[in-house]
Design a protein around this ligand. Structure first.
Ligand SMILES: [Zn+2]
Length: 89
């Protein structure tokens, strides 16, 4: 049986309620709504409905779409960069 060690869901969990506030706080909301943000992993345009998570890379916040593969990759990148989830759980 395959066991998922680090579930990418944690990356997205924080967005359930306050994603808009978080994005506005980061100055990314306008760009997201205008379709100017692209997934850090697959490079597709990310919208509010396809936003999967945020990733801090090199001091910049990047968005990740909600495809399972992208969330998974993002969680790996995040773990590699910080040794923990982007939001410290
Ligand atoms: Zn993606």
């Amino acid at each position: 049986m395959v066991k998922v060690v680090r579930r990418p869901l944690r990356v997205a969990a924080v967005f359930e309620g306050d994603v808009v506030d978080v994005l506005k706080g980061l100055g990314l909301y306008e760009q997201l709504v205008e379709g100017k943000l692209r997934c850090f992993i697959c490079d597709e345009v990310v919208s509010l409905s396809t936003l999967g998570g945020l990733l801090k890379v090199g001091g910049r916040v990047r968005v990740v779409c909600n495809k399972p593969r992208c969330l998974w990759e993002a969680s790996k990148v995040s773990a590699a960069l910080q040794g923990e989830s982007p939001f410290g759980t």
